[in-house]
Design a protein around this ligand. Structure first.
Ligand code: NIG
Ligand code: FE
Length: 449
């Protein structure tokens, strides 16, 4: 008899009592300081750490009935059917046991596109949008992003951190354990650095893991209104080197849109960012079909985001690439009148699709991933299982974190959420009510319990 597993990380896959390969999981009890047991549905989303899910793979989310997860020092050491896990692990006096009582357990949700650091709010835009003004008209009148730029420039570092902390608390309470965060409301070197430094501070203070992105090219600030090329040069020659020198960002993003940054300007910025070690992301084909998806694929970007106006050619280029297509349906909902990204076509053509909140004070004041999930089912016509993959492992791929989060597998962070439901589909069905009852981040119970 041979072990069916693939090594030390595989004990949950192996049903043999004695392993002749001697892999760690089979040699004796594994010490654990956390046991989450009694999951009616343990949704692991396992098996796609190396590459994101595409096509029919999206619906394969690895459900284990009566499942359990054990962790030590914040890392998963065992996952599988409850009786097997409990037989294998050894708990100490101070170990924490979470008995879920038959509920649904998902990997911690990953939100791969947010603007969670900002000052102020823009509730007045609601009336403008109801009256029929569109997003680019509001921006052209000096509102929209530029209004938040004024507020963020005026805000002190501590104020930004305090606001970000409040929003992250709300996100964590609804199951988000990892999130991307962009700059882009400073638009001077000093204020962009201030935003990214606030994100770094939040990362050290708050349980939600933050992955920072430099978005200096988010809008043309008023002082460069008549000389946008000079602003592009400022981004390339001053902001990017300063951000890279401080190690403040992992990614660089550009709002590639009609009247904002052209495909050619976006390419120049992202090529320079790549030279400095920042991987590309792109706000692509959100309102006008400019060819942003094609550019993202050409540059090997980690993700192309929005894609409401993506062309068939753009879908084809994304499908051939490793670039994740990040869809933001709460933004389309809040913009009122925009068409939704063609999610079904993207999935059928083989694009690796993820979902994000795009949380920001204008186009998406929504920081709840379960609400995004509910909208995705109804408006993008994504199946609940596809949605789960899109907010876990594929979202982790979109921000370069699939090696650490996005699925419940041995060796990954013990980030998970217990939802008040016995079937994972209930989450999307009942969107709008917060069903997260326990959130575990890096092996620690940080909400409920
Ligand atoms: O992703 N589209 C550009 N940027 C943000 C909106 C930011 C804002 O409205 O403040 C977005 O939707
Ligand atoms: Fe955005």
């Amino acid at each position: 008899m041979r072990c069916e597993g693939v090594g030390a990380n595989s004990f949950a896959l192996c049903s043999l009592l004695f392993c002749r390969k001697g892999c760690v999981g089979h040699m004796g009890k594994i010490a654990a300081d956390l046991l989450v047991r009694g999951a009616g549905q343990l949704v692991t989303v396992a098996g796609h750490t190396g590459r994101p899910k595409r096509g029919p793979e999206l619906a394969e989310i690895g459900i284990i009935n009566d499942g359990a997860v054990a962790a030590r020092d914040g890392i998963i050491v065992a996952v599988g059917p409850g009786p097997q896990v409990e037989e294998r692990v050894e708990l100490g006096d101070s170990s924490v046991v979470v008995d879920t009582g038959g509920k649904v357990v998902l990997p911690g949700l990953v939100d791969p596109h947010t603007h969670v650091v900002f000052a102020g709010s823009r509730e007045y835009e609601l009336e403008m949008k109801i009256a029929g003004l569109n997003y680019l008209e509001i921006l052209a009148r000096g509102g929209g992003i530029l209004d938040t730029v004024r507020a963020t420039r005026a805000a002190g570092f501590d104020e930004l951190v305090a606001a970000g902390h409040k929003y992250l608390d709300q996100m964590l309470a609804q199951g988000t354990t990892t999130a991307e965060v962009k700059s882009g409301y400073g638009l001077t070197t000093r204020d962009e650095i201030k935003m990214l430094a606030a994100a770094r501070e939040l990362n050290s203070r708050h349980p939600v893991d933050l992955v920072p992105t430099f978005l200096g090219a988010h809008a043309i600030p008023p002082e460069y209104k008549d000389r946008p090329e000079d602003f592009v040069r400022l981004v390339i020659e001053e902001m990017l080197p300063a951000v890279a020198a401080e190690g403040l960002a992992r990614f660089c993003d550009v709002f590639c849109e009609a009247g904002v940054f052209s495909v050619e300007q976006s390419r120049r910025i992202l090529v320079e960012a790549g030279r400095l070690g920042l991987q590309s992301k792109l706000h692509a084909d959100e309102i006008v079909s400019l060819g942003g998806a094609e550019l993202a694929a050409e540059l090997g970007a980690a993700s192309a985001d929005h894609l409401m106006a993506v062309s068939p050619a753009g879908i084809g280029r994304l499908a051939e690439s490793d670039t994740v297509g990040v869809i933001l349906p709460a933004t389309t909902f809040c913009l009122m009148g925009g068409r939704y990204a063609p999610a079904r076509e993207m999935i059928e053509k083989g694009v690796a699709v993820a979902l994000a909140s795009d949380f920001n004070p204008g186009s998406s004041p929504v920081n709840s991933m379960p609400i995004v999930m509910g909208i995705a089912c109804r408006q993008l016509k994504m199946m609940p299982a596809e949605v789960v993959a899109a907010v876990t492992i594929n979202a982790a791929h979109a921000i370069g974190r699939a090696g650490a989060v996005g699925s419940l597998e041995v060796g990954k962070k013990a980030d998970l959420v217990v939802f008040n439901a016995t079937d994972y589909r209930y989450l999307m069905y009942r969107f709008g009510t917060n069903l997260a009852s326990v959130v575990v981040k890096s092996g620690k119970v940080v909400v409920g319990g």
